[in-house]
Each structure stands twice: as structure tokens, then as C-alpha cells.
Design a protein around this ligand. Sequence first.
Ligand code: CAA
Length: 379
Amino acid sequence: MNFQLSEEHVMIRKMVRDFATNEVAPTAAERDEEERFDREMFDHMGELGLTGIPWPEEYGGIGSDYLAYCIAVEELSRVDASAGVVLSAHTSLAGWPVYTFGTEEQKQKYLRPMAEGKKIGAYGLTEPASGSDAGAMKTSAREDGDHYVLNGSKVFITNGGIADIYIVFAVTDPESKHKGTTAFIVEKDFEGFSVGKKEKKLGIRSSPTTEIIFDNCRVPKENILGELGQGFKIAMQTLDGGRNGIAAQAVGIAQGALDASVAYAKDREQFGKPIVANQGVSFKLADMATSIEASRLLTYQAAWLETNKLPYSKESAMAKLMAGDTAMKVTVEAVQVFGGYGYTKDYPVERFMRDAKITQIYEGTQEIQRLVISRMVTK
Ligand code: CAA
């Protein structure tokens, strides 16, 4: 067993850390305040190869692996969780199903421009009345000659409005329950597709989240992803990897909060000494660091399993469960270390705390992770 990162992973970590420090961090607070996504920043991620980390070069990627991808999401989230989730949804939720289930033509047409960062990807599963119970979706797809006609709407779509390509799940056979769902690749310019309400959120505010609407949206049959009726499984398998990206995001948020807390605790003096000299503070930092390391190990393990084509559904659910709870707990503690200053926008820890909450909710709530894990450990 070897816990050391490879030279390639260390190099990618350094490259993303430099990019995050120099180009993402300086505007993170301002973009959060203005709820503004920065397309130029995403384009630069594309130029650096970050938008296609795990995909082979023949599909426009850099031919690395899922661990490198998780490290990239972690490093971005360490300064800006919004940048982290934009990359995570783009790679795991849109790129992954096309890479795994797409035809050669679909990979060249859709995966390549996503990997190169020329197009942004998104994933549409959740509906107003179908969240945790993903199988209860209502969006329908009716066959019409060489097209399917989609009707319905999807909500809480990460990268909604900025994405060019949407992986959408719709019911093609209402009688067949889970086996009656099909995945489609939908382009933003398809007739009948539109972007609805943009959510105003507590955190990850510079990552857009919108509704997407299908009003007799015509999707050519060649844009079916995988097979007819295979959609629910594609959705679930996609989320297995996606959850690991969110675990990496949570690890990054928590690490950012710890870094800020350590620096502040060493600098801030009260009662004639730095506050870090009090065990009430230093033990907090020790607990924060320990939970982060445990979360990181679970996350890297799940990424390693995926890279090595071993089962990872349970491990990625565990990683997200642990890392999401860690991010929430650590960021609340970080605000406490900063005291009154932590509650203001002069320091980044209040933003980290607001951003952390979503990691306990999206890509399956913590309760759904427990459901997935408990089903697997008791079967
Ligand atoms: N891999 C492959 N197949 C799977 C699977 C997996 N991980 N999970 C389930 N399946 C298969 C089952 O084997 C079963 O197949 P058969 O019919 O052949 O037996 C079928 O799918 C149905 O499975 P279940 O009976 O387990 O389905 P369920 O209705 O009980 O639901 C669930 C399972 C785990 C609760 C699922 O609904 C779920 O994950 N819910 C949460 C949804 C979610 O995470 N949403 C997040 C939205 S995306 C998002 O948040 C993105 C973002 O913003 C960044």
C-alpha cells in the first residue's frame, strides 16, 4: 500500500494551486457577492487542461485520472467552492456519462469540446417533485419519427444557463418504472429548450443554478445516450463518481477554512499572547485537521478505486458523507476561531461556511448517502 501521490499528481496539484491562488482567489469574494460566473476563468481552466483531466487525449483530455481530477476540484474549492463545483459538474456529471456510455460520434461531438473547455456541460435529473426519489421524475420523452419530443422541467441545475450541453433524463415508458427512463444529450440551441429561473442561493453563489424547461423540445434519436430504458442506471452510476467530486469539493472548503484559521490564530493576540497558545483554540485546529485528513483519505481512496475500475459506489457515498459533514463542522469552527471578525465579509470563513452547507445536500443528501451505504453493508 502506498499513500504517496505520484509525481504527476503532485505536479497537477501545484499547477491548480498556483492557478487557484493567483487567478481564482483574488475575485472569489466579489463574484460571490455579485453572483457572477466568470467565463474567462473557465476558458483559462480549459487552456490548462483542467476541463478534461480524466479523459484520453483522443477525446481532448489530458489523459490523467480520477484522483488528479479530485485533487483539482479540492484545490479550486480551497479558495472558491463555486469554481470547484462548476468543474465537478462539468467533468463528472456531463463528461463522465458521455465518456462511459457515448458512441464514438457522441464522444467526438460532445466530449471533446467539453474536455477542451470550449463547451460547458451540465446534468438534469432533479425535478420540482422528484429530488431524493429520483425515480419519480415526470419529464417525458415521446417518439416522433427520428426524434424524441421532451416535455417537462428540471430544477437546481448546476451550470444551468452557462452550459452548452445538458445530459437529461426523461421517461420514455411510464409503465416500466426505473427501466422506462432514458438519457438524452440536449444542446442549448435545440428547439423547445430554454433556461428558467435562476436561484438566489445561500452559498456557491458564483456557480449558476437554474431551472431548465422542455417545451416540445426536439432531440434527434442519435442523441440518446446509452440505450433506451437505461437512463436510471446511467443517472445513478454518474452520481457515484459525481459524489466523489463533491467530497473533494468539501475537503477543499474545509482545508481553506483550516488554513485561514491557523493563520489568524497565530496572528491574533488577546490577553498578551496569540490565541493559538490557548488549547481551546489549538485543540479545535487539531480536530479540524484530523477530520479533514480522514475525509481526504476516503475521497482519494474512492478516486483510486474508480481509476482502477474497482467498485466504488459505497466508498464514494462514504467519502461524500464524511467530507460534507467535515466541511460543515470545520467551517462553523473556523468562524468561531475568528470570533466577531469571522462573522463579517472581511474574511473568507463566513463564505466557506455558507458554501459548505450544500455539500450535505446536493448529489444526494447525507440521508441518501446513508441509504446507499446501509443497503450495501447489509445486503
Ligand atoms: N449503479 C448502478 N445501478 C444502480 C445504482 C448504481 N449506483 N443505484 C441503483 N441502481 C439500479 C438498481 O440496481 C436497480 O436496478 P434493477 O431495477 O435492475 O434492479 C435500479 O437502479 C433501481 O434502484 P433502486 O431500487 O435502488 O432505486 P430507488 O428508487 O430505491 O432509488 C436512490 C435509489 C439511491 C435513493 C436514488 O433515487 C438516489 O440516488 N436518489 C438521490 C438523487 C440524487 O442524488 N440527486 C442529486 C441530483 S444531481 C445534483 O445534485 C447535481 C448538482 O447540483 C451538482
